[in-house]
Design a protein around this ligand. Structure first.
Ligand SMILES: *Cc1c(COP(=O)(O)O)cnc(C)c1O
Length: 408
């Protein structure tokens, strides 16, 4: 028997359940472009919520590159790159990324989510083993699940447990390929992976490493090339992923590695093969952002971001931020949402991050800084955070939780 009310009941019931837990979300429409200063509902706000860490999202050079490409290379790409010919803009972007990362090759995808979902299930299947950090981004978790590989999760940044999983994999599945998934900067805690330790371990046990640098590129290192380069281990990370939509201010993502890897993914990554390529102007804007990052201007922007982080550190007397993401752990979901609303009333856009992005009971304000923030913006925010009645912010990453525990 078909009951047409069943579906509506399900949707309505789910939403009221979400609301009862203090987890209901809605979309806020901006009345301005995305930048360090935005307008929402007619009010001017200082924006501490965006991943536009270098203020490139509306950089005039990115606009110009996109417009030029629109005129010369057109807009729509027509199909998947394998079907109707690939546009020059994508190839140029990929050469620029390979040069930035110092790899043989790179391949671009329409998003970071698509890069993970295309790459991980292409290289791993049910006979393989994937070992991932508990706080890995949802797209890595989803991709690992889709691959049907055996999955083992290690507690966040716990090298001992990573090693015991690697030992287990070698012993119990001697013929399997083993892939370790980690991020350089964890997106909700802003802390860094113990990358050299991870690289040593995966080398010792004959595994490969997939490193997601979504929040590392443009942020880590004086030149903003990311954690793998800064730690001097880039040539030992087999698969480096990064996105164009965060510090690089554009859209899309890359996988950087060997030419062999690129050739393989062109033939096997389903999110590339079965999906229309992004518009050429988007690729041209991303290429311009990579060019800026590699230039003196890029160094200056990364320097300005780091200075802003130092200012926040001393104004709020918190431990030195390791990245552009500064979590202020609150605890209860509703308290975090209330703190965020209070900040909004004072003119600051600081999102409350709640389950399932983080563990239940580990809700937080997630501040993100940009090179585009002014000294006065940071001073004003620190003042309000000190004065507001929000529970005292603690800059400690929460244990447990994360997409591995939450999303299904
Ligand atoms: C944002 C993000 C992604 C996804 O990238 P998109 O281009 O936004 O799809 C992947 N991994 C991490 C760690 C991220 O923060």
């Amino acid at each position: 028997m078909n009951n047409p009310g069943l579906w509506e009941e399900f949707l309505r019931g789910s939403l009221s359940g979400i609301e009862a837990e203090g987890l209901l979300r809605s979309l806020r429409v901006l009345g301005s472009p995305q930048s360090a200063h935005v307008e929402i509902g007619g009010r001017a706000l200082v924006n501490f919520s965006s991943n536009d860490y270098l203020g490139l999202a509306n950089h005039p050079a990115l606009h110009e590159a996109a417009i030029r490409e629109l005129k010369d290379g057109g807009f729509g790409s027509g199909s998947s790159r394998l079907i109707c010919g690939t546009l020059a803009a994508h190839e140029r972007l990929e050469s620029a990324v390979a040069a930035l990362k110092g790899t043989e090759a790179s391949l671009s995808f329409s998003s970071g989510y698509a890069a993970a979902m295309g790459t991980i299930p292409a290289i791993c299947s049910k006979d393989d083993v994937i070992i991932l950090d508990k706080l890995c981004h949802a797209c890595l978790v989803d991709a690992a699940r889709l691959s049907e590989a055996r999955m083992r999760v290690f507690p966040h940044n716990d090298l001992d447990r990573l090693e015991s999983h690697l030992r287990w994999a070698r012993k119990s599945h001697p013929g399997s390929r083993v892939l370790v998934l980690a991020e350089s900067v964890y997106s909700m805690d802003g802390d860094l992976a113990p990358l050299r330790g991870i690289v040593d371990l995966k080398d010792r046990h004959g595994a490969w490493l997939f490193l997601d640098e979504a929040h590392g590129v443009g942020v880590i290192g004086a030149d903003g090339r990311g954690l793998a380069n800064t730690e001097g281990v880039a040539d030992r990370v087999e698969i480096q992923m990064g996105t164009f939509g965060k510090a690089l201010g554009a859209h899309g993502a890359y996988i950087a590695g060997s030419r062999l890897l690129r050739d393989f993914l062109i033939n096997r990554a389903r999110s590339l093969i079965f999906s229309t390529a992004p518009p050429a102007p988007v690729a041209a804007a991303a290429e311009k952002a990579v060019e800026i990052l590699s230039s003196a201007e890029g160094r200056q922007l990364v320097g300005a971001l780091h200075e802003n982080l130092h200012q926040l550190e001393s104004a709020m007397q918190i431990s030195a931020p390791r990245s552009a993401i500064v979590p202020l752990i609150i605890g209860k979901e509703r308290d975090a949402a209330d703190a965020s609303s209070r900040l909004l009333k004072s003119g600051f856009f600081v999102p409350a991050i709640r389950y399932p992005a983080v563990a239940k009971g580990a809700a937080r304000l997630r501040l993100t800084l940009s090179a585009a923030h002014r000294k006065a913006d940071i001073a004003a925010l620190s003042g309000v955070l000190r004065d507001c009645q929000a529970p005292a912010p603690v800059c400690e990453p929460a244990a447990g939780g994360g997409p591995c525990g939450g999303l299904s």
